[in-house]
Design a protein around this ligand. Structure first.
Ligand SMILES: [Ca+2]
Ligand SMILES: [Ca+2]
Length: 100
């Protein structure tokens, strides 16, 4: 919590909103429930381990050939697809040549 009307979320947090008709209302008995799982991932972190390494470049290449399902973190050039270019960009980022 940051302040009375502001919140700071962390990776793994779950945000739950629900409509309360009475003091007995809970997320389990409401007719309106919104639940958001917070997942913070950095660009290039294809395996979601918290760091960008050569393993992420290999995984992005596996995604490019459809050996494993793609994810948004591997699409570092934001063109809507994970390709060998994304894998190469992750390698370049690991080497410190570019920032992704
Ligand atoms: Ca990683
Ligand atoms: Ca891409």
């Amino acid at each position: 919590m940051v302040g009375p009307n502001g919140y700071e979320l962390d990776d793994g947090d779950v945000v739950t909103w629900y409509h309360a008709d009475s003091m007995e209302s809970t997320p389990e008995n409401t007719d309106m429930l919104v639940r958001i799982d917070v997942s913070l991932a950095r660009p290039g972190d294809a395996n979601h381990d918290g760091s960008v390494t050569t393993a992420d470049a290999v995984i992005a290449l596996q995604m490019a050939v459809r050996a494993v399902p793609p994810n948004g973190e591997a699409d570092v050039n934001h063109d809507g697809a994970v390709t060998s270019l994304d894998s190469m960009m992750i390698m370049q980022a690991v080497a410190g040549a570019i920032t992704i």
